[in-house]
Design a protein around this ligand. Structure first.
Ligand code: GDD
Ligand code: MN
Length: 391
């Protein structure tokens, strides 16, 4: 409250001095040279310390920071907005009903009008004091992309914490190196800088899935970019917690697999089909329990077992396949209902088409496969638009 009371007259003074200069109600300020894009989810406690550190590290430069928050329940956005209210260098993009580090970075970078874009984690683990060195490499024309590296000479990855994280990171680095057109010591780094024109050129080729935005950028950039690694010490986290979990690692594998299929089969479809295959097992298990253990008649059992499988598939798809668009709260029930309806129609189509082919002497395996394939494509296509609506 006290802050608002003091902010008001200051603002009024700014407007009147602008009017006095004959510039209308707005004040013209040149775009910054550098935008620091900071994806953040539940990083409230880190917002202020990060801004203070950026101020110290970037003094003398025209810079801005764009926090990209996915409706963090801890009030990260409110914290950033409070700072932004009295400081033009601070901006905040808020996304609702979406999750994902890579897509957050892409949207933050697309909102920049600066000459250069840096990507920096919002948890103080990346070393912001390396930013001027990275900027110098780019503006001198020595590199097209500057990558903060924990594994180059002088860097350090001990802030990763557990032995498990070190192992996982090592595995990921080797997998990524096998796919990348350029050799890098730390291709999994989430800390890098590039020019905005270069980013704009690459942006249409980025999928935005998962955590590994740098990998995507490097894959899209191909051979014709000069990359320089800048060593840095990865600090341990002091507030909040890491969002990198098993599912995120699976998503990383998925991005590489999609690459292997050259985009012919979207990973989302593969995940959806895998969940569907698992659903058949759930269906059979439930059928066995209902007929053998509970002694229910076959038709009733199969009907109930199918429902159980559909509900299980919905849960898995909502948590894995559509993790980035996961339905929550009231919308889960709505989604469940629509999903069951869509899959029921899919099942009818499956049985109908298989039956038709079978009667045309197609052989039971071909008829069954065709019915199932049409069923899964239908379920996927329709639930993508009706259940997990692309927003
Ligand atoms: N907007 C948004 N949405 N931000 C997110 C999301 C999300 O869904 N998930 C994570 N973030 C933010 C975090 O708040 C943090 O600022 C940053 O992205 C990195 O997330 P962490 O959860 O701290 O990741 P990490 O420290 O485990 O992983 C880091 O090291 C990896 C290498 O081991 C990241 O820098 C990775 O990019 C890096 O590959
Ligand atoms: Mn982190």
């Amino acid at each position: 409250m006290a802050e608002q009371a003091t902010a008001e007259p200051a603002h009024a003074a700014l407007v009147s001095s602008a009017l006095a200069l004959g510039e209308g109600a707005g004040v013209r300020v040149a775009a910054p040279e550098l935008t620091v894009v900071v994806p953040c989810y539940n990083e409230r406690a880190n917002v202020r310390p990060l801004v203070r550190r950026l101020e110290a590290a970037l003094s003398g430069l025209r810079w801005e920071v764009i926090f990209v928050d996915d409706a963090s329940p801890d009030g990260t956005a409110a914290e950033a907005l409070q700072l932004a209210a009295s400081d033009q260098r601070i901006r905040c993009i808020r996304r609702i009903g979406r999750r994902g580090l890579s897509s957050a970075v892409i949207e933050g970078a697309l909102a920049s009008s600066a000459s250069f874009i840096a990507v920096l984690d919002g948890d103080l683990q990346h070393d912001e004091t390396r930013l001027p060195a990275m900027l110098a490499l780019l503006s001198d024309g020595a590199a097209d992309i500057a990558v903060g590296s924990r594994h180059a000479a002088g860097g350090d990855a001990s802030g990763l914490g557990s032995a498990w994280r070190h192992w996982l990171s090592g595995l990921g680095i080797r997998a990524a190196q096998a796919f990348l057109p350029v050799r890098l010591s730390d291709p999994l780094s989430g800390f890098f800088m590039l020019s905005r024109p270069l980013f704009d050129r690459l942006a249409p080729h980025l999928t935005g899935v998962g955590f590994k935005i740098l990998i995507e950028v490097l894959l899209a950039a191909g051979h014709n970019v000069r990359i320089v690694e800048v060593p840095f010490v990865f600090r341990p986290r002091t507030a909040g917690e890491s969002k990198l979990d098993l599912l995120v690692s699976m998503q990383f594998a998925a991005v590489l697999i999609e690459r292997l299929f050259r985009g012919l089969l979207p990973v989302r479809f593969l995940a959806f089909a895998a969940v569907g295959a698992l659903g058949i097992l759930v269906n059979l298990a439930a059928l066995a329990i209902l007929t053998k253990l509970i002694g229910l008649g076959f038709e009733w059992s199969q009907g109930l077992a199918t429902l159980v499988a559909m509900l299980a598939n919905f849960e898995l798809n909502n948590r894995i396949t559509y993790r980035d668009q996961r339905l929550v709260g009231r919308r889960v029930w709505q989604g469940r209902l629509v999903f069951v309806l869509v899959c029921s129609i899919g099942a009818i189509a499956n049985v109908g088409i298989a039956g038709m082919l079978y009667h045309q002497h197609a052989g039971w395996s071909l008829a069954g496969t065709a019915g199932a394939a049409i069923g899964v494509v239908w379920n996927y296509a329709v639930s993508a638009t009706l259940v997990w609506r692309a927003r």
